[in-house]
Ligand binder design. Structure first.
Ligand SMILES: *[C@@H]1O[C@H](CO)[C@@H](O)[C@H](O)[C@H]1NC(C)=O
Ligand SMILES: *[C@@H]1O[C@H](CO)[C@@H](O)[C@H](O)[C@H]1NC(C)=O
Length: 383
């Protein structure tokens, strides 16, 4: 496996040198690999797709062993997830330890699991009991990692929706909702203490969809526009995502913390929606994600923190046909399940048609043979 990762690198470099080849950017974004669908390709094929795309960070919503195994000996860093429904159990240190032993430890170190998110968007919901479980569950998972000697390589956090902000305008006045302070304050102290990031799911699309007449499309799509000025700091914002991130930093600071890093655990734009979902088109999704990736290439921070590049995870790898809710929910993918891109954002991957054996470690010779075979097919097709 390691040897064909090296081969990959060599081939990718060769490809990027040759004119006729697929353009491969060095991609500094992560990607959410959601699996609420019944038609997705196997994890081993996905691992080839993602390595072709040079994606180096992947976020899962669970700890799917098939995925984690398919990425063993890859250079890909993983955030894995503990679902909302597990929080009640995870409060119990013994159960947290058993979970790590069963779902994390067997994959280390060959799969680079670097972070565990405990629950998703719990504080943005309305389930007060879940909210009260959140920090205790994070603490137990952390303690279990300490006990197992893994706390240096695997961090523990949770992902929030932007609805936990009460104020977000202007960005420097960002504040968390008053009613959530009792949960957020101790979570921030915990994150600072264990040196874990604050994850936020941020979708300028929602702001646009709710108010298409007022919100300039160029401002949410990172297109040239006059932007806005924060009247308190005089900082100029030319896109909404930066403004949202700085609002979160301001809210964290208002709670007394300048020691917690913000990361974007989800952002994206749907390529299709219901008739009442303004702006959900392939053109807009292509602009949002393409411009976002070009912006990430520059590795700049936000106006309030220009020297701190923000780590981001695009939502999502595939369209997910079984997601409930409005049509947009099923259409955030960069790819259709068959591996065709939904729109062009300036780079391409491909899904090889040959099947890799998932336990390719034990089958190196066969895997390399398969690899060379599909490489030849691929080169022929792309010539
Ligand atoms: C892949 O990404 C790495 C790290 O971002 C970069 O150094 C490398 O040049 C990229 N390779 C290609 C072929 O884009
Ligand atoms: C987790 O719970 C929150 C709060 O109840 C809810 O908003 C969110 O959608 C849930 N996430 C999942 C993946 O079920």
């Amino acid at each position: 496996m390691a040897s064909y990762t090296v081969l990959f690198r060599i081939i990718l470099v060769l490809l990027s040198l040759s004119d006729s080849a697929v353009h491969v950017l060095s991609l500094s974004f992560g990607i959410n690999y959601g699996q609420i669908a019944n038609n997705l390709p196997s994890p081993s094929r996905v691992s080839v797709l993602l390595q072709t795309l040079n994606v180096s960070r992947v976020k899962l919503y669970d700890a799917d062993p098939n995925v984690l195994q398919a990425f063993s000996n890859s250079q890909v860093d993983f955030i894995i997830g503990l679902g909302n429904e597990t929080l009640q159990n995870m409060k119990d240190p013994l159960k947290a330890q058993a979970w790590i032993q069963q779902h994390v430890q067997p994959h280390l170190p060959q799969t680079k699991i670097t972070c565990i998110t405990v629950g998703n968007e719990i504080l943005g919901g309305s389930d007060a009991q879940l909210m009260s479980y959140l920090l205790p569950a994070m603490q137990s998972v952390y303690e279990a990692l300490v006990d197992l000697g893994l706390s240096k390589q695997v961090t523990v956090t949770t992902a929030h929706s932007l609805t936990i902000l009460g104020d977000s305008y202007p960005p420097s006045s960002g504040r968390f909702r008053q009613d959530l302070a009792e949960y957020i304050q101790p979570i921030l102290s915990f994150l600072a203490q264990v040196n874990s990031p604050f994850l936020i799911n941020a979708y300028p699309y929602f702001a646009y969809k709710d108010n298409p007449g007022e919100v300039p499309l160029e401002y949410v799509l990172f297109q040239p526009n006059s932007g806005m000025v924060d009247s308190v700091t005089n900082l100029h914002y030319d896109n909404m995502l930066d403004a949202q991130i700085d609002a979160v930093y301001a809210a964290i600071k208002a709670m007394g913390h300048t020691d917690v890093e913000v990361r974007i655990s989800e952002t994206g734009w749907p390529s299709k929606g219901d008739p009442n979902e303004a702006g959900a088109t392939p053109e807009n999704a292509g602009l949002y994600n393409g411009n976002l990736m070009r912006k990430l290439e520059e590795r700049k921070g936000t106006p309030a923190k220009p020297s701190v590049p923000i780590e981001m995870y695009v939502f999502a790898l595939f369209n997910e046909d079984l997601k409930p809710g409005p049509a947009s929910e099923r259409n955030y993918g960069l790819y259709y399940p068959d591996g065709t891109p939904v729109y062009d954002i300036g780079f391409k991957g491909y899904l090889p048609q040959l099947t890799f054996s998932a336990d390719s470690n034990k089958n190196n010779v066969l895997s390399i043979f398969n690899f060379l075979l599909f490489l030849i097919v691929y080169l022929l097709l792309s010539a």
